[in-house]
Design a protein around this ligand. Structure first.
Ligand code: HEM
Ligand code: HEM
Length: 177
């Protein structure tokens, strides 16, 4: 069966792995008391990982745009194809919205981003609580949608693995050919 290229597979797993760390890290931020230096340190780390992830995601999408994915197996039913394509599209949308809303929100607060707690990226927006709350709210709401989609996606992968239909192998790091 045809499979994703080596680059597509590595980009998929690299980005997926960092997202699977970044999401619980975001939840952990809720536990850190506001106004403490500790919070600033962790929030900046979350922002820095998020921005770096955003760049990796754009690169991944650029690669995807220029390289057609392998065709889905003929035996897959219409609803399965529609479901897979819709989920992938929605995952890409969330992968863009998450870093974008986080970054834009940060620029409407006086803190901006201190990249890896070393390089200050001064905010280009005004310090406006309402604008910040809007983009931050979008960040939080999208994170729930994202987690739900990742759950559906991972469960479908497990289902395909149980069916031994070769779909998982298309994105496998080890299987060649
Ligand atoms: C943060 C987590 C993840 C994200 C954002 C993500 C995203 C995506 C996207 C967007 C695609 C479509 C690739 C394309 O055609 O451009 C894809 C494919 C795939 N993913 Fe994930 N993924 C994640 C985690 C996982 C996990 C945990 C598994 C396995 C348990 C998995 C297994 C697969 C497989 C097998 C495919 C290929 C499907 C096919 O052959 O059409 N992914 N993933
Ligand atoms: C793919 C990238 C990203 C993911 C997956 C992600 C995920 C999350 C999650 C799950 C939360 C917790 C939401 C909740 O409270 O339920 C969060 C919070 C937060 N994120 Fe991100 N994030 C990403 C990128 C960014 C970026 C680039 C920035 C800023 C430059 C950022 C800034 C923040 C801030 C400030 C919070 C705390 C919000 C609050 O407690 O009010 N994130 N993020």
């Amino acid at each position: 069966m045809t499979r994703y290229t080596r680059t597509a597979v590595w980009l998929h797993w690299l980005v997926a792995l960092v997202i699977l760390v970044q999401v619980p890290f975001g939840w952990y931020l809720d536990e850190i008391p506001r106004g403490t230096p500790e919070r600033g340190w962790y929030v900046n780390l979350h922002k820095s990982i998020g921005l770096t992830l955003g760049i990796a995601i754009v690169l991944r999408m650029g690669w995807r745009w220029r390289h057609r994915p392998p065709a889905l197996p003929e035996r897959m039913r219409a609803w399965e194809r529609i479901g897979a394509n819709a989920t992938h599209l929605a995952l890409y949308a969330c992968m863009l919205i998450m870093p974008l809303t986080g970054y834009v929100a940060s620029n409407f607060s006086r803190w901006g981003v201190k990249y890896f707690n070393a390089i200050q990226l001064p905010p280009w927006g005004v310090d406006d609580q309402h604008v910040y709350a809007f983009f931050n709210g979008a960040h939080v709401v999208t994170s729930y949608v994202f987690v739900a989609l990742i759950g559906v996606h991972a469960l479908s992968a497990v289902w395909h693995a149980c069916m031994h239909d070769g779909i998982l192998g298309r994105m496998s790091l080890t299987r060649r050919g």
